[in-house]
Design a protein around this ligand. Structure first.
Ligand code: PGA
Length: 252
């Protein structure tokens, strides 16, 4: 089955405005149109509206890196799904490990955000992944099960076409320690099996499962050729055109 493929960059809390504009211009000039591939960048909230406008005539769409689940209210410092949508984003990143581990987001928060995103026609990209000690204790499958089931609680089958999952082992994020293609593939198959148990094989075979964690120009080819890796979510290497372009343009 041909699945959606998504190549995504997560800028995290990097770039000032002019650098962000220059990066988007460089990326849009260098990305090649490849059948079936989608390109997304997760932008810091203050630049989301401008960068979304800049992306309008390019192959890239934008997303926010986080949001709160309420539409509005007295939640100082938060941004709402309505605002994210209003800024022109197509995607929303939910449950990134930095949100879970630095800002203590729970599976319940993640689930509320997924539901809010769907209500506002944003496409949730849900991040899951185990810590190093969880992998060493053979708890990877349990963690994935808890995070995937938690995120998708009460999500209707009909909404699943809008959802993608990013498998990001926490020990591989920003560490330069990439998961081998085989380790990633195994986790992706586990994620599909969990989804199969929840929604059946059509959905589990069609949902895009991305890999993230130290993806670089020199390891993308090995990851991308795996059957169950449908694209990548890239942090550090999405911040420079010279790194991100070879990733998004990797040969089929
Ligand atoms: P990295 O980050 O590519 O810098 O490891 C990935 C991510 O956090 O999404």
């Amino acid at each position: 089955m041909k699945r959606r493929e998504i190549f995504a960059g997560n800028w995290k809390m990097y770039k000032t405005y002019q650098d962000a504009v220059d990066l988007v211009k460089g990326l849009s000039a260098g990305v090649k149109k490849t059948d079936g591939r989608e390109y997304a960048i997760f932008i810091p909230a203050p630049y989301l509206r401008d960068i979304s406008s800049l992306c309008a005539d390019t192959l890239f769409v934008t997303g926010a890196q986080n949001m709160y689940f309420e539409n509005q209210g007295a939640f100082t410092g938060e941004i709402s799904p309505l605002m994210v949508r209003d800024c022109g984003a197509a995607f929303i990143l939910i449950g990134h490990s930095e949100r879970r581990h630095i800002f203590h987001e729970t599976d319940e928060d993640v689930n509320k955000k997924v539901r809010a995103a769907l209500t506002h026609r944003l496409q949730p990209m849900i991040c899951v992944g185990e810590l190093l000690n969880e992998r060493e204790n053979n708890e990877t499958l349990q963690v994935l099960e808890r995070q995937v089931k938690g995120a998708l609680l009460n999500i209707e089958k009909s909404d699943m076409a809008k959802i993608s999952i990013a498998y990001e082992p926490v020990w591989a994020i920003g560490t330069g320690k990439v998961a081998t293609p085989e380790i990633a593939e195994e986790a992706h198959i586990s994620i599909r099996n969990i989804i199969k148990g929840l929604y059946g094989s059509d959905i589990s075979e069609s949902i895009p499962v991305l890999y993230g964690g130290s993806v670089k120009p020199d390891n993308i080819a090995g990851l991308y050729k795996m059957n169950n890796i449908d694209g990548v979510l890239v942090g550090g290497a999405s911040l420079e055109t010279k790194d991100f372009l070879p990733i998004v343009n990797v040969k089929n």
